[in-house]
Design a protein around this ligand. Structure first.
Ligand code: EPU
Length: 335
């Protein structure tokens, strides 16, 4: 792998993508750009566009399955954009929990985070301060950017529950602030469209830190009981279907009821703990995982008539450009 200074930020050539996803499968990116702050992110994005490349955004890779092969063009990673701070304290170092005086804790329970801030770091910071609203995401991997783009969440709440406003890089290349009311997030869909999430202001409810911590501990215990938390996976593969169509059965329950937990492809297998998780038991390839996803979809469709929709994002290689047709003998053209 080599780097280049022609980009306006740190850049790696032929960067491994599998190590940057929690499923640990997939190929490489021709360019991996690593901006360190919102302005660098904007410049990297503009530089890629100026070269005719449509950049792909990569957060924590927790909800992403990358096909094998080499992805031409540029992937922008938010791994260096992890800052979390309080409104008005952007220049200060350190996590906010160390800095908040008791009165201020009650007066202004808000955090600002950049897109690469990890969800575990955000949950930790808010919980320590006794700020409630995000503890339901305890144990969820990934970053703010991916979490807001897909409205990560579950039984104990969704990330958008605490979002007050977002800063996005709009398709015209400008940074814009959008209020929550302008965004209309839905189930597992942040509804950002073509906008790239750069950062967000999160607002919480003030409680006793011990109470918030106790809830976070309880949720984490439950999560560890029913999900393969420590294994390589992409979290839930499918969205839960409309409960009216599935008689209230979640995707995991449907797969379980249909016998899907027995399915494997190579070293990819459906988790015996939770039917909506595929785990990479060691040497699974992207093809193993993607084929197993289709096996599960087919199985549930055959048995129930329901077509499950993927929650995970899948990066597929672009189709090779069609080769120009060979000129026919005798046809007019170059001599
Ligand atoms: N169930 C089964 N068998 C299974 C899996 C589940 O019978 O193999 C049953 C459970 O016993 C429960 C019901 O199905 O009665 C629902 O399962 P669970 O409580 O695990 O919730 P879920 O709907 O499958 C959602 C989110 C998860 C989140 C959990 C907990 C989706 C697609 N999934 O799962 O999010 O962690 O709630 O909050 O909305 C993710 O998005 O990646 C993810 C893991």
């Amino acid at each position: 792998m080599s780097s280049s200074d022609k980009w306006p930020c740190a850049a790696l050539r032929d960067a491994d993508l599998s190590a940057r996803t929690t499923m640990r499968v997939g190929g490489t990116a021709e360019w991996l750009l690593e901006p360190a702050d919102p302005e660098e992110l904007r410049e990297a994005w503009l530089a890629a566009r100026a070269r005719g490349l449509e950049p792909r955004m990569l957060g924590g890779g927790a909800n992403l399955i990358v096909e094998g092969g080499r992805f031409p063009g540029a992937v922008i990673s938010t791994a260096r954009m992890r800052r979390i701070f309080r409104p008005g304290h952007e220049g200060e170092e350190g996590l906010p929990s160390a800095q908040v005086a008791p009165l201020e804790r009650e007066r202004d329970p808000r955090l600002v985070a950049w897109c690469g801030a990890t969800l575990p770091a955000l949950v930790r910071a808010a919980t320590k301060l006794g700020w409630s609203g995000i503890e339901g995401l305890v144990g969820v991997p990934g970053t703010l950017g991916g979490g807001i783009a897909m409205n990560a969440g579950g039984r104990w709440g969704d990330l958008w529950d605490v979002v007050q406003s977002v800063r996005v890089l709009a398709p015209d290349g400008e940074l814009r602030d959008l209020e929550r009311a302008d965004c209309r997030p839905a189930y597992r869909n942040g509804n950002l469209g073509e906008n790239v999430l750069v950062g967000a202001v999160l607002g919480f409810a003030v409680e006793k830190p011990a109470d918030v911590q106790a809830r976070a501990d309880e949720y984490l215990t439950e999560k560890n009981r029913v999900q393969p938390v420590s294994e390589r996976s992409s979290g839930c593969i499918f969205k839960n279907p409309d409960p009216e169509l599935s008689a209230g059965r979640s995707a995991g329950k449907l797969i379980d009821d249909c016998g899907g937990k027995r399915l494997t492809r190579g070293a990819a297998r459906v988790s015996p703990l939770h039917g909506n998780f595929i785990v990479n038991t060691g040497t699974a390839t992207a093809a193993d995982v993607l084929t197993l996803i289709e096996d599960l979809r087919d199985l549930v469709a055959q048995r129930t008539g329901l077509r499950l929709e993927t929650e995970v994002r899948i990066w597929r290689l672009p189709e090779p450009a069609p080769r120009p047709a060979a000129p026919r003998a005798g046809a007019g053209g170059a001599p």
